[in-house]
Write a protein that binds this ligand. Structure first.
Ligand code: HEM
Length: 319
């Protein structure tokens, strides 16, 4: 096949198909030219065989389709790996925060006592971190892409509403506890960041409802809102994680005073501190996995070609 440069048109007519069969692609290609040996085909083209060119085009096309498929498969597998990690870390966060407050902090009640406070970390971690993070990545699940978007929009809004209700209840627990015990409100850095996070999340949910679910919201508003909604969604997750880390730290400093309240000092790393610190690490890991899923362009739900359809509200569903 390497003698083709000097073939006569007639010779070439006879040889071209053989030449096609002669070529065996390498098992592994490290460079595009190894996979697609165009230089050899160019020689054929100079000799003018349309059959060879057609076959070459078909082969190139099927190879690029195969390469595309395997890239997509790899991307889907790595998505599900991250998603599984996200689910496991989320469950671990809820388990750790519940064990901490039931085993070391005395359990739960709604009577203005310290046991009422214990609802605060459990509801905040469950709502503003775990439910929120899972609600945020719902659209990225490839299994949902071929389906009607409407049920997923409703599920996204529903999970976020549940997250919001948990966090409002979690705040009621701590405000009411402070009120019963005449403790001042909103004095700490944790409480400042925490209250801003919850306020932003409430605004985000209301704007999302108005922009993406109500049928009378103008198209221009929805187009403007979408990038802001996505950006703000990531910011709220980061702020929730910061709130949790500062809250856990604050609680451990309050609770583990050593001799004054019969506990081991924080500095000795008692089992309670080990569990609460691990909770903090799990929350950070969960947040990083969610942010990784949200930031990967390949894992975005493909929107319809028409820009307008991509922003359709509840009663004009797309796809
Ligand atoms: C997204 C998560 C969280 C948010 C938005 C949040 C928000 C708040 C807010 C607004 C307050 C002030 C209540 C008041 O002034 O009456 C507060 C208090 C408190 N939170 Fe959180 N919190 C979160 C998670 C946690 C976690 C995981 C802990 C761990 C135990 C925690 C521990 C505390 C403590 C000890 C207080 C009382 C002292 C203070 O006001 O700073 N918080 N939290």
């Amino acid at each position: 096949m390497h003698h083709l440069t000097s073939c006569s048109p007639q010779e070439h007519e006879e040889r071209a198909p053989d030449h096609m069969h002669d070529y065996t692609p390498p098992n592994t290609c490290s460079t595009p030219s190894e996979c697609l040996p165009l230089s050899q085909w160019n020689e054929t083209m100079e000799c003018g065989s349309e059959l060879a060119v057609d076959t070459m085009k078909k082969e190139l096309k099927s190879r690029s389709i195969l390469a595309d498929c395997s890239t997509r498969m790899r991307s889907i597998v790595s998505f599900y790996f991250c998603y599984l990690l996200c689910l496991c870390l989320g469950i671990a966060c809820v388990v750790f925060v519940s064990i901490w407050n039931s085993q070391w902090r005395g359990g739960f009640a709604w009577d203005g006592s310290a046991l009422q406070f214990n609802w605060h970390p459990v509801l905040m971690v469950t709502g503003l971190v775990v439910l929120y993070g899972n609600g945020a990545v719902l659209y990225r699940i490839p299994l949902t892409w071929g389906q009607n978007k409407l049920p997923w929009k409703l599920l996204h809004a529903g999970v976020m509403l549940l997250a919001l209700l948990c966090s409002i209840l979690g705040l009621c627990a701590v405000f009411d506890f402070h009120h019963t015990n005449s403790t001042p409100n909103l004095y700490s850095l944790h409480s400042w960041i925490g209250i801003c996070t919850t306020a932003l999340f409430t605004t985000q949910w209301v704007m999302g409802l108005a922009g993406f679910l109500l049928p009378w919201s103008p198209m221009s508003f929805r187009k403007l809102l979408k990038p802001a909604h996505v950006w703000m969604g990531g910011c709220i997750l980061i702020l929730s994680i910061v709130s949790c880390i500062s809250g856990i730290n604050e609680k451990l400093f309050f609770a583990l005073k050593g001799t004054t309240n019969g506990t081991m000092p924080y500095g000795n790393l008692p089992p309670e501190a080990l569990v609460a610190n691990s909770l903090g690490v799990l929350i950070v890991a969960f947040g990083l996995v969610v942010l990784k899923i949200l930031s990967n362009q390949k894992w975005q739900r493909p929107e319809p070609q028409s820009e307008d359809l991509g922003y359709s509200p509840l009663l004009q569903d797309d796809s």
